[in-house]
Write a protein that binds this ligand. Structure first.
Ligand code: FES
Length: 126
């Protein structure tokens, strides 16, 4: 039912864990399945660009939720905060070579948690 990529990211997730003193944190939950995802970011300014230097996730959820968390952190790492906001829900699923239709909502969680972490960072820096 899952692609090879999903399986890889589920069994060996990248960037799992938490960051102490993060610059931004985003938490989102899915009220239907009860799954919870938290993304932490550390941002560094380089040549006037705000780069996501470190990113980690903690997810309580299904296999797809873990795999999409892992993928979204890979996609956002090294990007500017503006670029991270442009990562769409569909980008996460596409980079995992697709998700079963019933599991697409799990990838929404990942993009939403990333955006929430960036929003939190933007709010804090003001
Ligand atoms: Fe809830 Fe996947 S079933 S996020």
């Amino acid at each position: 039912m899952y692609s090879k990529k999903v399986y890889e990211h589920f069994t060996k997730p990248h960037n799992q864990g938490m960051i102490k003193n993060p610059d931004g944190v985003g938490t989102v939950g899915n009220p239907v399945c009860g799954d919870l995802m938290k993304i932490y970011i550390k941002v560094k300014k380089e040549k006037k660009k705000e780069i996501i230097k470190e990113i980690k996730f903690e997810t309580l959820g299904c296999a797809a939720a873990i795999a999409t968390s892992s993928m979204v952190t890979d996609l956002a790492k090294g990007k500017t905060v503006e670029e991270a906001l442009k990562i769409k829900r569909s980008d996460v699923a596409e980079n995992l070579e697709g998700l079963p239709p019933a599991k697409l909502h799990c990838s929404n969680l990942a993009a939403d948690a990333l955006h929430a972490a960036v929003d939190d960072y933007n709010k804090k820096k003001k």
